[in-house]
Design a protein around this ligand. Structure first.
Ligand code: FAD
Length: 432
């Protein structure tokens, strides 16, 4: 029998559990530990609330969670309630699947002014992450500036631009829906350091901007490279660039403009005690593809700045950490004997949900190679004793099902659920 602890119940955690089941059959006991009382990581708190079909992948994780040899242990923070060293004593393998939940800072003057938020915080706010329920972003004002050229920037722009009615069928939390419906930024600017050929935006997400009720995207045709050069792009990027070309050619006017500013980077954020304007410098791309400032600047009036420039994995005591890369130091997932990293905690915040699946299978193979069948470890019985001694209030998968049922029954018309946004409310719901 192998005892495996997986820390983090997002895609990487569940794919690793699935892979361990395939690898070891019924000769494995898996505990999936999460700091929140609710499972599924960014599927619940990151993926956009108006992209319900993508969130549907959680049904697959549910099937894994309901198998006999897998257990969900929610409301337990590793590094606080239990140390990694203690888990290593109890389990044959400990897999850190903690994701990359911390925003990277912009690192420019004024990035600490009220009104500057990272995308983990902003996305967490509209998706009901308890850490960010009180964010109260400024949604009215001269404009919003979004920094970044990936899909998260598109999610943020789309959510800011949509009307309340356009969120029908989504599970955006009530507090965000009310604020977004009341507010309107007439101009949402997406700042991209490089050009249209260097974006990391996928065609489906980009195309959605062309079909919004009260917002229209705008691209300056002068920023687009000659069309003949699109032929060399990989097919997905070519489709995305085709959307940008159609935005540049369109003369549709709507109350909100979503402006793409390419070759542009923020160099300072200014204001009297809060964000009032962003100073932007034009860039030029050098032979190595890097964006360098040209010295030419312009000003965008704004009350909200959302940085979508990547994430870091917070360190956990006792775990070797690569501060430069912002993730656990690991060699293809191996951190130390018995200790592994998977998903965003292993490779940084890149790739889609599916990218985490091969990661999980790689780690299961490594566990098979590195561990023998029976070291006589205590596994979950030992964890239960330790957490009981510390009065840690564990949330089981059965508890989560009760929380989920309460969320479903509280849903507004047409919405799949109304999420609880505080840990206390989640814990109270399981008692009902
Ligand atoms: C805004 C946004 C939108 C996205 N949209 C899409 C999309 O539409 N399609 C797509 O394919 N991909 C999307 N992604 C990417 C996808 O969400 C990631 O690939 C995936 O979630 C990474 O999985 P993970 O398991 O490594 O991390 P996570 O999903 O972040 O899971 C980590 C888990 O670890 C837990 N945890 C953290 N620290 C501790 C600790 N100390 N103790 C216990 N538990 C802990 C967390 O609570 C969390 O549940 C999006 C990402 C973001 C940020």
């Amino acid at each position: 029998m192998r005892h495996v602890a997986i820390v983090g119940s997002g895609p990487a955690g569940y794919y690793t559990a699935e892979a361990c089941q395939k690898q070891f059959g019924d000769q494995v006991r898996i505990d999936i530990i999460d700091r929140l009382p609710v499972p599924y990581g960014l599927i619940r708190t990151g993926v956009a609330p108006d992209h319900q079909s993508i969130k549907g992948v959680s049904r697959r994780y549910e099937a894994t969670a309901l198998s006999d040899n897998v257990r969900f242990v929610g409301n337990v923070t590793v590094g606080k309630d239990v140390a990694v060293a203690e888990l290593l004593d109890l389990y044959d393998a400990v897999v850190l699947a903690t994701g990359a939940p911390a925003d990277r800072a912009l690192g420019i003057p004024g990035d600490d002014l009220p009104g500057v938020v990272g995308s983990a915080a902003f996305v967490g706010w509209y998706n009901g992450h308890p850490d960010f329920a009180d964010l109260a972003p400024v949604l009215d004002g001269p404009g919003a500036v979004i920094v970044g050229a990936g899909n998260v920037a598109l999610d943020v722009a789309r959510v800011l631009a949509k009307t309340g009615a356009e969120f029908s069928g989504s599970d955006i939390v009530g507090h965000a829906l009310d604020s977004l419906d009341r507010a309107m930024n007439e101009r949402i600017t997406i700042l991209a350091r490089r050009g249209p050929h260097q974006i990391a935006m996928t065609p489906k997400e980009l195309g959605e901007l062309g079909h919004l009720e009260r917002a229209a995207p705008r691209v300056d045709a002068a920023d687009l490279p000659p069309e003949a050069e699109d032929a060399a792009l990989e097919p997905g990027l070519r489709k995305s660039v085709a959307h940008l070309r159609s935005f540049a050619a369109s003369d549709v006017e709507k109350p909100i403009t979503i402006e793409f500013d390419f070759y542009a980077m923020p160099i300072a954020i200014e204001g009297d005690g809060k964000v009032e304007r962003v100073i932007v410098e034009r860039t030029a791309i050098d032979d190595e593809g890097r964006a360098n400032g040209t010295g030419e600047t312009y000003v965008i009036p704004a009350a909200l700045v959302v940085s979508c420039i990547g994430y870091r994995t917070p360190p956990i005591e006792g775990v070797p950490y690569d501060a430069k890369l912002g993730r656990f130091a690991n060699d293809e997932g191996r951190i130390a004997p018995g200790l592994y990293a998977v998903g965003w905690a292993r490779r940084g915040p890149t790739g889609t949900i599916g990218t985490n699946r091969p990661d999980g299978f790689m780690i299961a193979e490594q566990i098979a190679d590195d561990t023998a069948e029976d070291y006589g470890k205590n596994g979950r019985a030992g964890l239960d004793l330790l957490l009981r001694d510390r009065n840690v209030d564990i949330v089981t998968f059965r508890d989560w099902q009760k929380i989920e049922a309460a969320e479903i029954s509280a849903a507004r018309d047409g919405s799949p659920r109304e999420k609880f946004t505080s840990i206390d409310a989640m814990l109270a719901a399981r008692a009902e």
